[in-house]
Structure formats: C-alpha cells, structure tokens
Ligand binder design. Structure first.
Ligand code: MG
Length: 263
C-alpha cells in the first residue's frame, strides 16, 4: 500500500520539487497590492510550460474539474481557492498551492504570503504555520510513527492559540500526487489505531499544515472548490514535499542547494 523510494527515485523527485520551487518563486515575485490571483496563476503555469512539466491541479476531478494550475486562497479561504480577476489588497494574506509532474515524478508545495502590511496577529499566524511545518520535518527524523509527529504539531499550533484544520490533510506522493497514506496534522485516536504508519527511510510525504486563527471548522463556497473558515477568520497553509532518507529528512521542494541547477 505504501511505496518506499530508492535514493535514485528521490533524486528524480527532487528535480520535480525544484520545478515546483521555481514556479512558486515566479509567482511570489509578483505579489503586491493590485496584482490579481489569475496573474499569479499565469506565472506558475508559464514555468511549468517552459520546462515541460505537467500541472497536476488543472482539471483535477471535482464537482467541476479544477480550472487553474494553482489553488490561490485569500484571507478566510483555507485551501482550493480559484484564481480570478480579484486584485490582492494591502493587508491580505494569500496562500498559493501548486504541484507538477516532471519526468514522471510529482512535487507539491504551498506558501502563504503577507500582501503589503498585515496586522501582527496575521504575521503570527504565518510564523506559526511555517513553524509547525518546520517542526514536523525535524520530528520525522526523531519519531518512529507519524501519529507522534501529528500530536506535537497539534500541540504546537494550539499552544500558540490557533487551530489545526482537520478536514484536509497531507499525503504520500510519488508517481501520483495523492498517494496513501494520508498525513494528518493533528492527533486522531481512531486514525492512529487504523492508519498510523512507521517513519522509514524512503518515505516521501507532502506535509501540509493548514492553521486557522479561530475555529478549525470549514465550509465550502458555492463554486464547489473554495474552502473557507466557518467563522470568517484567516487561515494559512504551508507545504513541502519531504523525503525521509537514511541521512535524515530532505525537503524536495526547497531552493537549490550546493550548486544545484534550476531549469
Ligand atoms: Mg498537497
């Protein structure tokens, strides 16, 4: 049911991860008040086109096929927002989530950005969400089962006064974007009893905590995709594709390291 990847396969997945990183950089460079979310999506799509990567979100099955290359979610939108002519405004927070398949392997990553000047509490929300992803990556090397990581993620977020979104979780990733097992960001005893898994070298996971300032409850908008917090308060989302190797955890969607070339 779950695949452990060889060093060679992980090296190939790193190439897909670099393309995803590069696409995120292209969009991030445009973020400012006035830019539309459709323009950000276009920048991501252009990078994928340029290198010949297959966008994985475009046409993703749902009530209607997902219409864009990137999920872009603003403020109270948690995930799965649809890019549009909506211009970003000073004080918004905007989450970009995208993935591609490159040379047969998938990469998936998300970042949330402040647009111009945001209130301190929003800044803290971004810090805590990025922080809980960093924590999870560190704990991959220390813990023996995912439930132990998830428990500490939840404690970290709740200790900061925020809530972990439960309706959406991370996933294993490889030839396909969404592979088993699921990777929750909170501790659920019934999940732990039936679906918990060992942290072993070769595991490649898309770890993607979503953190809300208020309630963890979400609702879906009429477009059939966009998920918003039930209380209308902001939420943030950070994600990396991460491989657990015999030398420790390795982020596959990070910036080029040690002379790695981009495309
Ligand atoms: Mg994902």
């Amino acid at each position: 049911m779950r695949f452990l990847r060889s060093a060679r396969e992980i090296a190939a997945m790193r190439r897909a991860g670099l393309v995803v990183w590069q696409a995120h950089q292209a969009a991030a460079a445009l973020i400012r008040p006035g830019v539309t979310t459709a323009e950000l999506d276009r920048a991501v799509a252009e990078v994928f086109e340029k290198v010949g990567a297959e966008p994985l979100f475009l046409g993703y099955p749902g009530p209607t096929p997902f219409p864009a290359v990137t999920c872009i979610s603003v403020n109270e939108q948690v995930v799965h927002g649809i890019p549009s002519d909506r211009p970003l405004r000073d004080g918004d927070i905007v989450s970009l989530d995208t993935g591609c398949r490159f040379e047969g392997w998938c990469g998936d990553a998300a970042y949330t950005y402040a647009v111009g000047h945001v209130p301190l509490e929003e800044e803290r929300l971004l810090e805590v969400t990025r922080g809980v992803l960093d924590l999870a990556i560190r704990l991959l090397e220390e813990k023996s089962r995912w439930s132990q990581v998830a428990r500490e993620m939840q404690a970290f977020v709740e200790g900061a006064g925020f809530a972990v979104i439960r309706d959406f979780v991370g996933h294993a990733i490889g030839r396909e974007m969404h592979e088993q097992p699921q990777v929750p960001n909170y501790y659920d005893p019934s999940w732990a009893r039936t679906q918990d898994f060992e942290l072993r070298p070769g595991l490649v996971l898309a770890i993607e905590p979503m953190v809300a300032m208020g309630t963890h409850q979400v609702k879906e908008l009429a477009d059939g995709w966009t998920q918003v917090t039930a209380d209308g308060r902001p939420a943030a989302h950070f994600e990396h594709t991460v491989a657990l190797t015999s030398d420790g955890a390795r982020i596959l969607t990070c910036a080029p390291q040690d002379g790695e070339a981009t495309f």
